[in-house]
Design a protein around this ligand. Structure first.
Ligand code: ZN
Length: 210
C-alpha cells in the first residue's frame, strides 16, 4: 500500500510471516526506488519486492496492490486460455477488464520479471498472470481486496463449470458488457465489504491492529 503522493513509498508484509499473524506495526516501509532494499535486515521476500516495487514505480493506478496464488484463479491462469468467460454475473464483472500476461519468465526474483509484469498491466486493475497467479490493484485497499475476492469467486465458478464437461452457456457480448457496467452501481459495496471483514476480524482477533 503506497503511502506517499507519487506512490513510490509503500508498506509491504514482512518476509515469510503468515498473513494471519502479521500486525500493522510489523509492516515494512520500503521505497520502490531504493536499490539497497534487499540488503536490509528486514528486506521483503525477493519475488514480492520484484513485483510490488515494479508496480509501484510503473503503474500509477496501483496504490494498493495485492498479489496472490489463490486456488481457482491459479488453475485458470495455468490454462492455455485463461480468459474469464462470462457465464454468470460474477464472471461477467471481469468481461474484457483483465490484463492477461502469458509470458511467465520464472519466479520473479529479479527486477526484470517484475518490470515485465508491471508493463503488461496497462490501465487495468486486474491481472491474470499465466502459469503464475493473479494481481489486483486499485486506489484503495478496500477496492483491491473486493476485486481479489470476486476474482477468485469468478474463477471458481468457471473452473467448476469446465469440470462438468458440458458446453459453457456464454452470456452474449452486449449483456456481458452491460453486466460488467452494472457492477459500478455497487461501488459502495466494495468499501462496505472491507469494513465488514474488518469487523469480523475485530471480533475474532483484533491483534492485526497492533
Ligand atoms: Zn507470485
Amino acid at each position: 500500500m503506497a503511502v506517499n503522493s507519487d506512490g513510490t513509498k509503500f508498506l509491504i508484509n514482512p518476509r515469510w510471516q503468515h498473513f494471519s499473524t502479521a500486525k500493522a506495526s510489523q509492516l515494512v516501509l520500503v521505497d520502490a526506488n531504493d536499490l539497497g532494499t534487499m540488503d536490509r535486515d528486514d528486506a521483503p521476500d525477493p519475488s514480492a519486492w520484484s513485483i510490488h516495487s515494479a508496480i509501484h514505480r510503473f503503474v500509477p493506478q496501483g496504490r494498493a496492490v495485492l498479489h496472490l496464488h489463490p486456488k481457482y484463479a491459479t488453475v485458470l491462469a495455468s490454462l492455455k486460455d485463461p480468459e474469464i468467460k462470462p457465464i454468470d454475473q460474477t464472471t461477467a464483472r471481469f468481461y474484457k477488464r483483465v490484463a492477461i500476461d502469458l509470458s511467465f519468465g520464472g519466479i520473479a526474483n529479479e527486477e526484470l520479471e517484475g518490470e515485465r509484469i508491471a508493463k503488461s498491466i496497462g490501465h487495468h486493475n486486474t491481472v491474470m498472470m499465466g502459469n503464475h497467479g493473479v494481481t489486483t490493484l486499485a486506489p484503495t485497499l478496500a477496492e483491491a481486496y473486493d476485486n481479489m475476492y470476486y476474482l477468485e469467486r469468478a474463477s471458481r465458478t468457471l473452473v467448476l463449470a469446465y469440470q462438468t464437461g458440458q458446453p459453457l452457456n456464454l452470456i452474449n457480448d452486449n449483456l456481458a458488457e452491460q453486466t460488467a457496467k452494472d457492477w459500478q452501481v455497487y461501488k459502495g459495496a466494495e468499501f462496505a465489504h472491507f469494513e465488514e471483514m474488518k469487523r469480523i476480524l475485530d471480533k475474532e482477533d483484533p491483534s492485526y491492529k497492533d
